[in-house]
Design a binder for this molecule. Structure first.
Ligand code: F6P
Length: 547
């Protein structure tokens, strides 16, 4: 059974939300804080090592109640049950969506077409454990008898972004292996990585769910050719492993059967880091840390599955996005992490969120008449404060932002951490409070500025404030808390898709570009241009003239 198709704009809650939006009582958050001393108490969720404070958003209790009513009216409860139980909710590809099964305990059962998938998941996990531990402990060695020093992950999209983000995020927990990521079909990318490698001590992990992706296969072939300049074909078995659902294609590429780590079609690429796609993670930080990452995600799964919507972190976050996206017409959301370790979180979530919810046809096959997926962007603070924060503070666009910070640093750099966190708190306060004209003039008189200059400068120095933020204060960046954080966003994506009445787990929109690239490649190779639009024709001719 598929997800029910309810047009959200036809629900009672939506109509009430439109009315509620018009009455504007939710708008002035600073004032709402003045009126209600308990606002932060009301609008925060304290769960395990997470505090999620969403009180700096433009909502009142009524807004939240109506949004929760919307979740009920679109049958979110039923959808969650279907999501976790392996129903084919990815209807356009007729697949279940079961990344959650990858972190479920060994004694649980999840059925796909009457087969419990948990035993096969644990078989693959055991294989990841045995292999990663053998590489780390130098039991497995390269073709000249030397231990591996480097691991190269070759993949793109979900076969790159997840592992790359997590390995970076968990740098503190890393072992002696140096990890590299090759993703772009840009030959300069792969050559820059090759430059740093010794074939005798490098392990290559080719990751591709389909094993048909142009970028990944081209990079894998280039690397194999380079490897064979020194080694013999039989040495490939010692240095190349693959993660894929397409066993035939992997074998065709020349990878030994024992070196294949299978995955399943019910794991979407952008949600796959919990599967064997996370092999590079297990190699980089060790299997125990990889397991802790999965365990953290499982904790968030349980929270999401079992907590009433009012205190359910992913549900509340998704509803807030819908509020801004569909009522305030906000187009984007920023993700600002107050740790450099999470510098790849925003690019990772760009795929997760935008590939999932960038859809304009609803689950009944009709064109939607409301906004769906938001634009995701972000960078770590404090760097981003010195880059794009000006626009969030004083620009014309409304940009709700997630602020993610950790109470404890990983190294004992207390002084730095205090400074970092003072910025973390100061920015959300500044975004909320702004600076009034009166405050600006008071500052001017303290500085002894003359009236004329003060009058002139005042409008530029006023900050409107009232910019919405949600703050995540987490105890410490560990494999477990990272697992929770990623799973939190995964479930937020799911809830948004359910409310927007779209299919979040296909990605047909990326296919056209791939098809056209293949036919243009043929034209470039044969120097035979087929008819194109005027601009493309002109550009191809210019390219031929310059190449
Ligand atoms: O082009 C988009 C996409 O299909 C993503 O969804 C996926 O993560 C990526 O390409 C890589 O696909 P594969 O793992 O099959 O190489």
């Amino acid at each position: 059974m598929s997800l029910q198709a309810v047009n959200p704009t036809q629900t009672q809650a939506w109509k009430k939300l439109q009315e509620h939006f018009k009455n504007g009582k939710h708008y002035a958050v600073k004032q709402l804080f003045e009126e209600d001393a308990l606002r932060a108490q009301k609008f925060h969720i304290n769960w395990q090592d997470f505090i999620v404070d969403y009180s700096k958003n433009r909502i009142t209790s009524e807004t939240l109640e109506l949004l929760l009513q919307l979740a009920e009216e679109v049958h979110l409860k039923d959808a969650i049950q279907k999501y976790f139980s392996g129903e084919a909710i990815n209807k356009t590809e007729n697949r279940a969506v079961l990344h959650t099964a990858l972190r479920a305990p060994e004694n649980s059962s999840v059925f796909v077409n009457d087969t419990n998938v948990i035993p096969e998941i644990f078989n693959v996990k055991n294989k990841i454990k045995t292999f990663s531990e053998a590489v780390i402990s130098e039991k497995l060695i390269g073709y000249t008898g030397k231990p591996f020093t480097d691991v190269v992950n070759i993949g793109i999209g979900g076969s790159d972004l997840g592992p790359a983000m997590v390995v970076e995020a968990l740098s503190y927990y890393k072992n002696r292996l140096t990890t590299h990521f090759v993703s772009n079909v840009d030959g300069d990318h792969v050559q820059e990585v090759i430059k740093k490698l010794n074939p005798e001590t490098t392990l290559f992990v080719i990751v591709s769910k389909t094993f048909t992706t142009q970028e990944t296969l081209s990079n894998a072939e280039t690397i194999r050719t380079w490897f064979l300049q020194n080694a013999q074909p039989q040495d490939i078995a010692k240095h190349f492993v693959a993660v894929s659902t397409n066993i035939d294609k992997v074998t065709e590429f020349g990878i030994a059967e024992q070196n294949i780590f299978p995955m399943w079609d019910w794991v979407g690429g952008r949600f796959s880091l919990w599967s064997a796609v996370g092999l590079t993670i297990a190699l980089a930080v060790g299997y125990t840390n990889f397991e802790a990452l999965l365990e953290g995600a499982y904790q968030m799964d349980e929270h999401f599955k079992n907590t009433p919507f009012k205190n359910n972190i992913p549900v509340v976050l998704a509803l807030l996005t819908i509020w801004y996206n569909n009522f305030y017409n906000a187009e984007s959301e920023a993700i600002i992490t107050y740790t450099q370790y999470l510098q790849k979180l925003a690019p990772y979530l760009q795929q997760g969120i935008m590939e999932s919810n960038g859809k304009s046809v609803d689950r009944a096959g009709n064109k939607v008449e409301y906004q769906t997926g938001t634009i995701i962007w972000g960078e770590p603070g404090t760097n981003s404060q010195h880059a794009f924060f000006q626009l969030i503070h004083q620009g014309t666009k409304l940009i709700p932002a997630d602020f993610i910070g950790f109470a404890q640093p990983l190294y004992n750099s207390k002084d730095h951490h205090n400074k970092l966190m003072s910025n973390f708190f100061a920015q959300t306060e500044a975004l909320l409070q702004g600076k009034t004209e009166q405050q600006v003039h008071d500052e001017f008189s303290k500085q002894g500025l003359n009236t004329e200059t003060a009058q002139y400068l005042a409008p530029f120095k006023v900050f409107e404030g009232n910019k919405p933020t949600t703050t995540f204060l987490i105890d410490k960046l560990t494999p477990s808390s990272l697992g929770k954080l990623i799973a939190m966003y995964e479930h937020k994506i799911f809830v948004q898709g359910v409310v927007w009445n779209i299919f979040s787990y296909d990605q047909w929109g990326v296919e056209l570009g791939k098809q056209l690239a293949n036919s243009i490649l043929e034209e470039i190779q044969t120097k035979n241009i087929k008819p194109h639009d005027g601009s493309t024709q002109f550009l191809l001719e210019s390219f031929f003239a310059k190449m």
